[in-house]
Design a protein around this ligand. Structure first.
Ligand code: ATP
Ligand code: MG
Length: 389
């Protein structure tokens, strides 16, 4: 039996003249994800991507992998049949035999992309439905709330039979909306913000600040593990690990305690922007969320973003913590995020952080530091780690 995978494009079908560029990116991303499951023929006709195995392939593995490709609205596994009504019935009977036996009610839904097919969609549905009913007489036909919908699609090259798809990852193909630096801590939030921005078609470069010996090797490994979990969604990932100890020690030594966190966050933005400039990134991404902690009031966010000139994207800004957590569970990062390793943010937290800081006070407080030298030193000692599947 000719088993194939069909990918329905998501909102990129709405793109006008650029559509071809989105499709090409999508197919390149699909091909990269499929490589480990065998050899495939991937092509795109009428807003559907066809994933056809060439010889022995791991269909189950590929099917699951396709659910993590951004730009895809639905994934279905289908059998190809000749474009002939009787052949379509035979294919449905064999390919969906178990599913048909297990269901109590069903209906057939047909679509004709190829209008030269001699029956209308309604005629075809009635014919296939009747034949399947004869072959599986326990089934009742229910056009309103059937347990099983048998889909028949008449397309350019063949007819396809399937029992409905599963939701795809949605969004836009990674790489179609530019590149950004994402600030990845070991917490719950930033893996989710990274995922959300990648889903909007952005290629991401994660940056992590670590402060040995205040933060441990285990904390660093945890962040790399989070990046590994994000890899299927994001495509290639190269994590930049920036040493942050010297900056934090200088802040603690020379700046007023109430501004520790804000000054530290301003350094994070400068260093992230540095990575962005070197890699053609047009924005920074954080897991900040309005009102979650003292450094995430409107005043504090304004003080933080004053330190850089690129836009800061904050996809979680208006979400509730419960929503962020359920997304983290869905994408599989939650269990790793809650492992109890310290983050550099929690190393020198002030007892009474300013929740309504004034920019000029923070700038004055940090002016005792040699900002340029500290940034240059940290940037020079940044380590790059390529994430492997
Ligand atoms: P998270 O759960 O993502 O750690 P958070 O709620 O703990 O976020 P903060 O610690 O204030 O909030 O950090 C806010 C954002 O700053 C994070 O979401 C992340 O984008 C960035 N950030 C914080 N610490 C680091 C770090 N060590 N390395 C890189 N980015 C960081
Ligand atoms: Mg954190």
């Amino acid at each position: 039996m000719n088993d194939i995978i069909l990918l329905k494009q998501g909102e990129m079908v709405l793109k006008g003249l650029n559509k071809r560029i989105f499709e090409q990116k999508l197919m390149a991303n699909v091909n990269r994800r499929l490589a480990q499951f065998g050899e495939w023929n991937v092509y795109c006709i009428q807003s559907t991507v066809y994933v056809e195995p060439k010889g022995e392939c791991d269909m189950d593995g590929a099917f699951d992998a396709m659910k993590t490709v951004f730009g895809v609205a639905a994934v279905s596994r289908a059998a190809a049949a000749p474009k002939d009504a009787a052949a379509i019935v035979e294919t449905a009977k064999t390919y969906l035999a178990d599913t048909l036996r297990a269901a109590r009610s069903f209906k057939v839904e047909s679509k004709r992309a190829d209008k030269s097919f001699p029956m209308t969609s309604i005629q075809l549905s009635q014919y296939v439905g009747g034949e399947l009913h004869d072959a599986f007489p326990h089934l009742t036909v229910d056009v309103h709330e059937p347990e099983l919908v048998v889909n028949v699609e008449i397309r350019d090259l063949a007819a396809y039979v399937h029992a409905g798809g599963e939701p795809g990852a949605g969004g836009l193909p990674v790489g179609t909306c530019g590149r950004a630096v994402t600030l990845l801590s070991g917490g719950i939030d930033s893996p989710v913000s990274t995922w959300m921005i990648a889903r909007r078609g952005v290629e991401v470069i994660p940056v992590h600040f670590f402060s040995p010996p205040y933060t441990s090797e285990a904390a660093k490994r945890k962040v790399l593990e989070l990046a590994r979990l994000l890899l299927p969604w994001c495509g290639k990932l190269m994590v930049e690990i920036v040493p942050f100890t010297e900056i934090q020690e200088q802040i603690r030594l020379k700046c007023p305690e109430e501004y520790f966190t804000l000054i530290m966050r301003r350094f994070m933005m400068r260093l992230a922007e540095n990575v962005a400039d070197l890699n053609g990134c047009k924005a920074l991404v954080t897991g900040e969320n309005l009102g979650q902690v003292a450094s995430q009031t409107m005043e504090a966010l304004a003080v933080t973003e004053d330190a850089c000139s690129l836009p800061i994207l904050r996809p979680l800004i208006g979400m509730d913590k419960t929503e962020i957590i359920s997304r983290a569970r869905e994408i599989g990062t939650f269990e790793t995020s809650i492992l109890p390793y310290e983050d550099c943010c929690t190393v020198f937290t002030p007892r009474h952080p300013k929740t309504k800081p004034r920019l000029e006070d923070v700038v004055a407080a940090e002016s005792v530091l040699d900002i340029e030298a500290l940034v240059a030193e940290a940037a020079a000692n940044t380590e790059r780690v390529r994430i492997q599947p």
